[in-house]
Design a protein around this ligand. Structure first.
Ligand code: ATP
Length: 321
């Protein structure tokens, strides 16, 4: 029997403090230099084993499980095989010889059921790696629930197959990533930073933003040194001035309003404001927690959703339930 028939995973979103696009590789992927930092806006994945749970790891049970997924994220997020959570579960099941069958949450349980429920708080298609974070939660949570004993570093390496942001979301913290975003090194960060996160009504698809970059932008040589120094020194003013994102002009080609939205954040007192990843979420850096509240109040009428959060956050947090 599994030692943990119910597991809860809280997994944070990320912001890119720095993102430079160096160019396009022959395989079509973009060569990046980026600094990821996890922020304390979290999705929660609850994972349960139901039915004859002793069969999951019993040789006579044939190591098979049904898997169902439910979420509260609305119709824009799939529940079927396209959901990154299901893809992560399939990857783990294949790697460990578990036969997994995707079923509907209301189907009757036959044998063993792994039931997953997602409470979504990270803005969807907002450039905050929400889907990637959920995939990381599935890898980390199922590793625990299914008693697989895979080290976090191995899960991180497996995660690259699911998408460029997934390895970082398995680890959390602050990291400098290169290549397509998958090879990375931890970055020293002192203190905490306070953010005003402004979600947009619209969604931006990551491939569409990269296509706009291909059409309108050229490779940049800008280096991450100023951001690295600012986070090492825990200096919000220096970080505000150093925030950089080469995808920002591309996102603003698709949603020109984003430039005015960033200016509104700066006018409201933010030390810096930048499009997060491929957008359209904009993050503004505040001097401290009180200032973040003040800025959030000033811009509240302009955005459908304004959140206050801190960084860095850790990686996915697993708890038995
Ligand atoms: P990134 O910052 O990694 O580029 P994002 O935050 O901009 O990603 P997501 O929230 O991951 O974007 O959503 C992108 C698309 O992925 C959604 O429109 C949705 O169709 C699909 N998707 C698949 N699985 C999930 C999931 N678990 N949560 C959210 N979206 C998902």
């Amino acid at each position: 029997m599994s030692s943990a028939p119910c597991t809860n995973v809280r997994v944070p979103a990320k912001v890119n403090l720095f993102l430079a696009v160096r160019g396009i590789r022959d395989d079509g992927y973009h060569e990046l230099v980026t600094i990821f930092q996890s922020v304390a806006i979290t999705d929660q994945l609850t994972l349960r084993i139901e039915g004859r749970s002793e069969l999951l790891n019993h040789p006579a049970g044939g190591r098979r499980t049904e898997l169902s997924l439910a979420h509260d994220a609305g119709s824009g997020v799939p529940t079927g095989p396209d959901n990154l959570i299901v893809r992560a579960a399939q990857l783990l099941a294949d790697a460990r010889g578990i036969r997994m069958e995707l079923v509907h949450e209301h189907d009757p349980v036959v044998g063993v059921r792994t039931r997953l429920e997602l409470a979504k708080r990270i803005p969807v298609a907002g450039g905050m790696a929400g889907g990637s974070a959920d995939a990381a939660a599935a890898l980390v949570g199922l590793n625990e629930l299914w008693d697989l004993g895979i080290p976090r570093s191995e899960l991180r390496d497996m995660a690259a197959e699911l998408g460029a942001d997934v390895p970082f979301t398995v680890m959390g913290g602050t990291a400098l990533a290169t290549g397509t975003g998958t090879g990375f090194a931890r970055v020293l960060c002192r203190g905490a930073f306070h953010w005003v996160v402004c979600a947009a009504e619209e969604e931006l698809s990551t491939p569409a933003v990269y296509k706009a970059w291909d059409d309108y932008c050229s490779p940049s040589e800008v280096e991450p040194d100023a951001v690295l120094a600012a986070v090492a020194g825990g200096d919000p003013e220096a970080l505000g001035a150093a925030l950089h994102n080469d995808l920002q002009p591309a996102a603003e080609v698709l949603l020109p309003r984003l430039a005015a939205d960033r200016k509104a954040l700066l006018d409201a007192g933010a030390l810096g404001a930048v499009v997060s990843g491929s957008g359209p979420t904009i993050v503004g850096l505040a001097a401290d927690a009180q200032e973040a509240q003040r800025i959030a109040r000033r811009v509240a009428g302009r955005f459908p959703r304004v959140l206050i959060t801190t960084s860095p956050s850790g990686g996915p947090v697993v708890q038995r339930c």
